[in-house]
Unconditional design. Sequence first.
Length: 432
Amino acid sequence: MNGKAKTYKMSMNFSYLVVGLIIFYIVLLVKSKTVADFSVDPLLYSYAMFVIIFLLFRIGGAVLYRGTYLKVLDHEDVGLLYPHVTFIIPCKNEEKDIHKTVSKCFDAEYPKELIEVIVINDGSTDRTCEILKKLKEEKFPNLNIIDWKENRGKREAMVAGFRLAKGSIVIQLDSDSYIEPSSFKKLIAPFANRQIAAVCAHADPENADYNFITKMQAAYYFVSFRIMKAAESSFYTVFCCSGCSSAYRKSAVMPVLDNWLNESFLGKKVTYGDDRALTSWLLKSGHKTVYSEDVQAYTIVPEKFRQLLTQQLRWKKSWIINSIFTSSFIFKKQPFVAVFYFYPLVLISYLAPLMGLHSLIYIPIRNSVTPFFYIFGIFIITAMVIFMAKMYSGSRKYLGYFFVWQGLNMVLFLYIIFYAAIRINDRGWGTR
């Protein structure tokens, strides 16, 4: 980057910082309005202050991210810079995307003799297996295909892949996802630090331009990774290494493999939340997990609203189960993170829908008022997050759609957790 570019970037970051501080000041003004009403509704006021403090803690963690990540790279074991790697790709009925996913693995800018690709065809009924066999025959003779005639589930497929993997580093990919070949080496680099057990790549929707729904998710994904996961990574405790594109140290996973495979809740086997669960088992074992903004991955996100709702329901179920599991050990392993990050996150996730109903329905009906300050406060906070994300986003063009995501979250997504709790024993995947 030349001098002019550096100067321009610094001036832009300073501008974003100034705007962010102005927004934060407005947030305080909005909340000061609530101070006068503290005696009327102390619960809502206390919750609002709690959320603001927690959000600032997350933003602070995101600000610290780059420095903490570079410390990981400073402790390299030169002998581990180019380990043998294995891609594991479970798939079912992915004839549209599997060709690109497999090809991108072999295209990775990495010594070709150190790359292994294992694809588990998990009972596909379309042309997926035919396409895989053609790829092996015509382009990639080293492609390892496991062909199951009956569906066994993603977790079973991942376990089979881990057990067969020759690589010391295993990369988990969804069948509709891939890692940009030019950034692949950066996914492996943190493993030169022997304390790192898993690395989460930065993922963006490849189909972001498709429609309004995908643009909204593009904004959500960027904030989720570059703000939320970055904040967790600052404490080397990413709680969910994304299933679409993450790498694992095989020697760290193998001791917990059976526990992860046989995980159950309320007497029934858990069939979703594989990525979050595996990350939790690694954290419970005392390992460290990080996020890398240097690694660019792409995935396909839901293009229809019903698909999005189904995905959100599945994610909420996973969160309920995993938050209970992680709460049981995180204080012993990471007391600071537990007290100042994880337990508040759990508390907010369960209180938020109750406070939403309280603010949007109960208070307006009881007092015959509109919930202006509640709604305005949420969108001001959203603006603060967007301006923070803009400092790291470069040319991302859909960040403004995060306002839409937060609006839907306020009136709909928050409350899916109630339905998820009711349907928690329904282990069906509920796919596209």
